[in-house]
Design a protein around this ligand. Structure first.
Ligand SMILES: C[S@@+](CC[C@H](N)C(=O)[O-])C[C@H]1O[C@@H](n2cnc3c(N)ncnc32)[C@H](O)[C@@H]1O
Length: 500
């Protein structure tokens, strides 16, 4: 490592240890390890033109220095290099200034400006008067913090034509707006924007203004930022403004060890499905890069199978007065996630959770008639191997004509009634397949599984689901291997044909 790189990495480590968690939280301040900064800087194509670099939320300047070190090392031939650094924290200014002054020695025409100001406030003001700078390169690790709809940060974003919910997407939007046509942006950001309703305007903003050139995924979030208590799963993204979308490079490494890098190009339609109104950004998984377990049958949307998915109707803290620990003659069964084990229903159950809900005029609308349903927990834990775990409620499981699902469950139903038995069994195979879990992980880094996410997954046709269900019906002990082998057998048309 260069001496300047070593110096800045030492400063980062000291900051990680000596700065209070409160200060870091208030400023959204987690500095980028130098190895990651170096990788980020390596993503820009070589340029021999004038450079105007932006590093919003600069911290002590790790990203800028990594880029400048690369330019120096590779002898780019830029007539001039300008850099704009923004940070609101006065405590970083001394180190930042020193680190950039140090860089001056390496270039004949390098100039920098440090703005100890709110990046969104200052640049939105300038932008609204057409007085903003235009940058050729942006390199950023923005602060991460939720922004409320009435906050000033939300107001500032609107000047750039963006409505968004977090500081990181606000910083990205503002940086994209100030990027020159054909300019590049590299960012390390949480992957939460890839799915979910709240980030839809941000996804649309990116896709309208830029093409996605590369997305880098870390196998382990913990490894990438191991000396900071950062919980979000992060990606690195390379965007180019105002150019048409081509294939996207997906790269993957084990934490900050970029020696184990795997890269593969994907057709953009695999990243953003052209028919997806939500514009989810799918990132093929390492396992997808390595294995070819995929199905060549035709997929349809959930709607086309005639099945719907909704969250359970009983929000327990709102329905508190109706909920009972044990069933009696005035109640009907109430199912919580604890009532499912080994893909089946296990009700009633002795646990902290109640088992029943009173049958009254008020609760009637929350009930469903007995029948076959499939549930998927809305919240899994990081430790659980699979995000999507589907369980069956069959019409023999519940000895009552009506019952209710609690709100921590997603429920697959047919127009609020039960599903045809083989179809429900087929859903159990499909939803529990490793293939589908991988599809889900392509767009979601959350442990949370929303009904909208489930609706957005691909499904085999109704006929194929029934075929899967008929196969599963023959077995009693359900397990992962069984689900995967049934899915492989029925859905891989080429290999099915080859068996004849
Ligand atoms: C996640 S840290 C990253 C720092 C640096 N870019 C790096 O990669 O090491 C985000 C930085 O943004 C700064 N910051 C937070 N809110 C800001 C704002 N509104 N305007 C400018 N800087 C801000 C914080 O003080 C912090 O140094």
């Amino acid at each position: 490592m260069l001496a300047v790189a070593e110096k800045i990495e030492t400063e980062r480590k000291i900051h990680a240890i000596e700065t209070s968690e409160l200060h870091k939280k208030n400023f959204g301040q987690y500095f980028t390890p130098y190895a990651i900064a170096e990788f980020m800087a390596s993503l820009f194509p070589v340029s021999n033109n004038d450079l105007n670099i932006l590093d919003p939320g600069t911290g002590i300047g790790i990203l800028s220095c990594a880029l400048l070190n690369r330019i120096k090392k590779e002898n780019w031939n830029n007539p001039s290099i300008k850099l704009s650094a923004y940070d609101i924290d006065t405590e970083v200014l001394e180190n930042l200034t020193q680190n950039l002054i140090e860089q001056k020695k390496n270039f004949t025409d390098f100039d920098f400006k440090i703005h100890n100001a709110d990046f969104l406030e200052k640049t939105s003001f300038e932008y609204s008067f057409g007085k903003n700078e235009e940058f050729t390169h942006v390199i950023m690790n923005p602060p991460y913090k939720k922004i409320l709809s009435k906050s000033s940060a939300r107001e500032f974003c609107r000047y750039f034509g963006l409505e968004t919910v977090n500081l990181y997407s606000a910083f990205m939007g503002a940086a994209i707006a100030q990027l020159k046509e054909k300019g590049y942006l590299v960012a390390i950001i949480p992957r939460s924007f890839c799915n979910g309703l709240y980030y839809k305007p941000f996804r649309e903003f990116i896709l309208k203004n830029c093409s996605i050139k590369q997305i880098h995924l870390f196998e382990s979030r913990k490894d990438a930022f191991k000396d900071e208590s950062v919980l979000q799963e992060n990606i690195i993204i390379l965007l180019q403004k105002g150019t048409s979308q081509r294939d996207v490079k997906i790269s993957y490494s084990n934490g900050a060890d970029f020696e184990s890098l795997i890269e593969k190009y994907y057709d953009f339609r695999e990243i953003v499905n052209p028919f997806d109104k939500e514009k989810y950004i799918n990132i093929p998984l390492p396992s997808c890069l390595l294995s070819d377990d995929f199905f060549d049958c035709q997929f349809v949307s959930l709607k086309e199978t005639g099945i719907s998915v909704s969250t359970g109707a009983v929000v327990d803290f709102r329905a508190k007065s109706f909920i009972r620990k044990n069933p009696d003659e005035n109640t009907v069964p109430l199912l919580y996630p604890v009532h499912f084990k080994n893909y089946r229903t296990n009700w009633p159950k002795e646990s902290k959770k109640p088992n029943a809900i009173l049958l009254t005029e008020e609760t009637k609308t929350m009930l469903v008639p007995t029948g076959n349903y499939v549930t998927v927990k809305r919240f899994s834990t990081k430790e659980e191997k699979k995000r999507i775990v589907a369980s069956l409620v069959s019409d023999g499981d519940i000895n009552a004509s009506n019952f209710a699902f609690e709100n921590h469950l997603n429920v697959f139903h047919s127009d609020k009634k039960g599903i045809q038995k083989e179809l429900a069994f087929g859903l159990i195979v499909w939803l529990n397949s490793t293939f589908l879990d991988n599809q889900f992980r392509k767009f979601s880094g959350h442990t949370q599984v929303n009904a909208t996410d489930l609706r957005n997954l691909p499904f085999p046709s109704k006929e194929k689901l029934i075929e899967l269900g008929k196969k599963l019906e023959k077995y009693d002990g359900w397990n992962q291997e069984l689900f995967d082998s049934i899915a492989r057998e029925c859905l891989n048309e080429k290999s099915a044909a080859a068996n004849f």
